[in-house]
Design a protein around this ligand. Structure first.
Ligand SMILES: *Cc1c(COP(=O)(O)O)cnc(C)c1O
Length: 400
């Protein structure tokens, strides 16, 4: 087993070597521009792009490959979807419904649209991080043009009831956009069965390369029209111009193909490791709190807090050997504590000591055993130095 151990699969994933191998020819001999259809180089690139598009479409059960628009990733796709719908349908209405725990690339776009006169409803979530369908129904107005709800949350892994939301949206002729960065290629998505009109996802969260992603845009029942996002040479159905990232797209296609074939077996393995980690820690340490829902959760997510330790010290010591992330202010770069954990009603001192473990395809039993051991050692030692712990938990201190 090598150190450091990577347990931050929600942030990005290592590239699968099969994906990398599929890409390399397109950096070497097959470097053509997919839009230069007059010669063999261009034709080869074009053909590779269209094969990849079909694989990506298949992953989410899109009815046609043309419904896939390649972008640079989910941030761009979310911007594209929300701004594109807002611009195209502003005559129809100015109200958008989303949730308080979306990724910043949805929330910040919503703030931007508010300055443009749009009204946004940010639905609250319950203690487990699940949006209330009843609240969503109540939030709808005749002005509502779009509902944007993520499939699974990137901090707590909670999976939203998107089939129910999608059906409701289509019954009321409201578009439904879903941020699937955490789920595409990891758990099954069916845009047709779920009534999804727009879906954002990234290759690098599913063992593909960084800087490439997609926006699925439904073509019929209903046809979604979008304002073009990047104007220029007319690539991607004139919606997103610019020379295509051929190698990235080929890698994305390969990652989608592997995801299609292996996501079920991956999920079984990853869930086994996640439960080993959770039970291993919780059987050795008291006063731990798992955030989110254990039932409706991504297999690879474990987000938990450790009472009676100093959050920053815990994270720093852990991160010397194990790559994890945290909901505390120091770790999450941006200002303040995790807004996601806040929205769940988690107490501030527990947000400070929250750790997000993100597991994936390449983790091993040995890595999880080592992580359980290190987490237990570090937390026990920090608690041993904590006056509050000694005062409030005297029996446990003496037992040691
Ligand atoms: C990672 C992530 C994004 C952003 O994806 P990029 O590839 O960095 O643009 C958006 N939403 C969610 C839920 C994510 O996990």
């Amino acid at each position: 087993m090598d150190l450091p151990i990577y347990l931050d699969y929600h942030s990005t994933t290592p590239i699968d070597v099969r994906v990398l191998d599929s890409m390399l020819p397109f950096y070497r001999s097959d470097f053509g521009n997919a839009a230069s259809a007059s010669h063999a180089f261009g034709k080869k690139a074009h053909q590779a792009v269209e094969e990849a598009r079909a694989k990506v479409a298949h992953l989410i059960n899109a009815s046609e490959p043309e419904e896939i628009i390649f972008t640079s990733g989910t941030t761009e796709s979310n911007n594209f979807a929300l701004k594109g719908i807002a611009a195209m349908y502003q005559e129809k209405g100015n109200h958008i419904i989303t949730t308080a725990i979306e990724h910043k690339s949805v929330l910040e776009v919503c703030k931007f649209l508010e300055r443009d006169g749009f009204q946004i409803t940010y639905l609250p979530v319950n203690q487990e991080g699940i949006v209330s369908f009843e609240e969503l129904k109540r939030a709808m107005t005749p002005q509502t043009i779009l509902i944007s709800v993520m499939h699974a949350n990137n901090e707590i892994g909670t999976i939203q009831p998107i089939v129910q939301i999608g059906r409701f949206a289509s019954e009321h002729n409201i578009f439904f956009h879903c941020d699937a960065a955490q789920t595409a290629g990891r758990i099954s998505i069916d845009v047709q069965a779920s009534g999804i009109d727009l879906l954002s996802f990234s290759a690098h969260k599913m063992y593909g390369p960084k800087g490439i992603g997609a926006l699925y845009v439904r073509k019929k029942d209903p046809r979604v029209r979008l304002e073009p996002f990047i104007h220029g040479g007319g690539q991607e159905r004139d919606l997103r111009s610019g020379t295509l990232n051929v190698a990235g797209i080929v890698g994305f296609g390969k990652a989608a193909e592997i995801g299609d074939q292996e996501m079920e077996s991956d999920a079984v393995w990853i869930l086994h490791l996640r439960e080993k980690l959770r039970q291993g820690i919780q059987s050795r340490l008291t006063d731990t709190y798992v955030h989110g829902s254990l039932e409706r959760r991504l297999p690879g997510n474990l987000n938990m807090s450790f009472a009676y330790v100093e959050g920053e010290t815990l994270l720093n010591e852990l991160c010397e050997e194990i790559a994890v992330s945290s909901g505390s202010a120091c770790a999450s770069q941006g200002p303040g504590l995790s807004y996601v954990l806040r929205a769940l009603g988690v107490k501030e001192e527990l947000i400070h000591t929250s750790i997000r473990f993100g597991l994936g395809r390449f983790n091993t039993e040995a890595e999880i055993d080592y992580t359980v051991k290190r987490v237990t050692e570090i937390v026990s030692r920090l608690r041993g130095h904590s006056p509050i712990y000694k005062k409030e938990r005297p029996a446990r201190v003496e037992k040691k």
